[in-house]
Design a protein around this ligand. Structure first.
Ligand code: HEM
Length: 211
């Protein structure tokens, strides 16, 4: 009988699926044809390669990181878990590196504060992916699990960023959010899509260790 956590993970993956498909499709389209009339993100070859590659690999990381948490697959199909683990690492590393390089070259629509929030996000994603694999190879189960949970929070962060906007606009019509990303809600969401969740996870892990 699948555990409740399996259902929770599958529900999360289902919720994130439209964004994953959108991101993968947008990324592949930007890498294969001229989108200059459709999006301001399509500019010159290097930034294009970086931003659209990060969308395609980001979609893979968003999909695979939660999938890796499913206990049934980890226990019964360890080889699949290991292989997909490497794919998740590579996808996360490329997403983080391409995103960071794009920010360094072109900045972001929201300016320096958004760039800083997203750059920290990219750096944390790379650190979490590297540590997850390192502790798996080191056979340190507790550390591997803790880093895998951090990685999952970060990998779905990009989806949560959009989810926050959808929920906020549906609930308030967009109070505190402007087109130039200068409202208090925009400022909060520059880090609000991953920092509060990471802090909550750290508190949970600390309580678990204490118990
Ligand atoms: C984790 C998976 C990720 C996915 C699936 C993803 C997906 C996307 C998508 C689809 C866009 C296009 C904007 C839109 O249509 O909403 C975008 C924009 C962007 N992403 Fe990501 N992303 C991910 C992670 C990251 C990371 C780690 C960074 C930073 C290192 C980053 C930096 C950016 C930047 C700078 C933009 C352009 C912002 C602007 O409009 O100026 N992304 N991303």
């Amino acid at each position: 009988m699948p555990r409740a956590s399996t259902f929770a993970i599958l529900a999360l993956a289902l919720l994130a699926l439209p964004f994953v498909l959108y991101s993968a499709g947008f990324g592949l389209a930007g890498l294969t044809r001229d989108l200059s009339s459709e999006t301001r993100l399509f500019t010159t070859p290097l930034p294009n390669a970086l931003i659209f590659t990060h969308m395609a690999t980001g979609a893979v990381a968003t999909l695979l990181a939660p999938f890796q948490l499913i206990e049934r697959i980890r226990v019964r199909r360890p080889r699949l878990h290991r292989r997909l683990g490497y794919v998740t690492l590579i996808a996360s590393a490329i997403t983080g590196l391409a995103g960071l390089s794009y920010i360094a070259l072109s900045g972001t629509i929201g300016g320096p504060l958004m760039s800083a929030g997203f750059a920290l996000y990219g750096a944390l994603l790379i650190i979490a992916a590297a540590n997850t694999v390192y502790h798996a190879l080191d056979k340190n189960r507790a550390a591997h699990r803790a880093w895998a949970l951090r990685l999952t929070v970060l990998a779905i962060g990009s989806f949560l960023y959009r989810l926050h906007y959808w929920v906020w606009y549906a609930a308030t019509g967009g109070i505190g959010s402007t087109e130039a990303f200068t409202g208090p809600f925009d400022l909060f969401n520059f880090v609000g899509f991953y920092l509060p969740y990471l802090i909550a996870l750290e508190l949970y892990l600390r309580r678990e260790r204490a118990a």
